[in-house]
Design a protein around this ligand. Structure first.
Ligand code: NDP
Length: 322
């Protein structure tokens, strides 16, 4: 049977990684395109998913049998805090339209993308899939977090009322080529890569906010893409699944910065501004369920993945999102 996989948000960080994996892995291989598959990578120019009519039009055009739903209004802390209602409303609209079109247009399978931001602010670590709804999320991004949480609620409701095969993934911090490198609004890795690149170019000091001590789990976008492809083929369970490296693979912001300095080839002065806030020390997430279900996965070593990402940024500086 012909399979049409529609990737919403197909031009973003994760969408571009999916396209890369599908186009570079051998046809018919584990993570490659299967001979009967067509992949469509949609951007907002193909239809604004906040609008039900445009969403339906996209589904009518491509008739997807499978959907990987990545499209979202995504942003850093500042933007999340400033535009709480917009983050709540745009993401609720996008998700409701995609889920409902997947139901009415008889999509066989839908995988949506949540985030570890959905977890409660006050929670026992490590985070695991059973703790999503056990307390309010951090107030800084409650709009985004609540909109994403509702996807899990809707997935269960669509399954119970209509038997839909809808599920969701929960990635930790993602980085890779095609990231958003905006200095004001990027996540930590792309923001530091951009800052370090400018420090090298302008011969200025490279100053990193905070102590460098907090620990985080980072997943390379191309590894995450492979995990989405595995879910598409082998994960048929409405319950969400955390897609992450292990808790023992946390890296400190200092280690991240050292790796960036090396990858960029920055030889100037580099220091931490300890007067700046650090954020939470660590918020580990368990990948136990993932490893049990997938039966082992080779994550790209952090430094290798970072080298690939930095190289991409330098080569694409003129067109990257900066
Ligand atoms: P990006 O910001 O890189 O890309 C967002 C994508 O969504 C783009 O393709 C964009 O299209 C599309 N999009 C945005 N608004 C609309 C809209 N109204 N209608 C149609 N398409 C739209 O996001 P990421 O790749 O970083 O994120 C992918 C998913 O992963 C998201 O669901 C996000 O919440 C989740 N996530 C991300 C993390 C991260 O660290 N980046 C961490 C955890 C989860 P266009 O290019 O045309 O604007």
């Amino acid at each position: 049977m012909a399979t049409v996989v529609l990737v919403t948000g197909g031009t973003g960080l994760v969408g571009a990684a999916l396209r890369h994996v599908i186009e570079t892995e051998p046809v018919g291989s584990k993570y490659g395109k299967q001979p009967n598959e067509t992949w469509i990578f949609a951007s907002s120019a193909d239809g604004d998913l906040r609008d039900p009519a445009q969403t339906l039009k996209l589904y009518e055009k491509y008739k997807p049998t499978h959907v990987i739903h990545l499209a979202a209004l995504v942003g850093g802390l500042f933007k999340n805090m400033k535009y709480k209602l917009t983050f709540l409303r745009d993401n609720i609209l996008i998700n409701d339209n995609v889920l409902h079109a997947s139901y009415t247009q008889k999509t066989t399978k839908l995988i949506s993308c949540l985030s570890t931001c959905v977890f409660p602010d006050k929670v026992e670590y490590p985070l695991d899939e059973n703790k999503i709804h056990s307390g309010p999320p951090h107030e800084s991004n409650f709009g985004y977090a609540h909109a994403k949480r509702m996807v899990d609620v809707q997935n269960h409701a669509y399954k119970e009322e209509f038997g839909c095969n809808f599920t969701s993934a929960i990635p930790t911090n993602i980085f890779g080529p095609h990231d958003n490198y905006d200095l004001e609004d990027a996540h930590v890795i792309p923001a530091l890569v951009h800052k370090c690149y400018l420090a090298k170019k302008n011969g200025t000091p490279f100053i990193v906010g905070g102590t460098g001590k907090p620990l985080r789990q980072f997943i390379f976008s191309q590894d995450l893409a492979k995990l989405f492809i595995w879910m598409l083929r082998d994960y048929d369970d409405v319950e969400p699944i955390i897609l992450s490296v292990g808790e023992d693979e946390e890296v400190s912001i200092k280690e991240v910065t050292d790796a960036i300095v090396k990858a960029v080839g920055f030889e100037g002065e580099y220091s931490f501004d300890t007067t700046r806030a650090d954020g939470q020390f660590r918020k580990p997430a368990s990948n136990k369920k993932l490893l049990e279900r997938i039966g082992g996965f080779q994550f790209t070593p952090f430094e290798t993945a970072l080298d690939i990402s930095v190289k991409w940024f330098i080569e694409n500086y003129d067109t990257a999102r900066t």
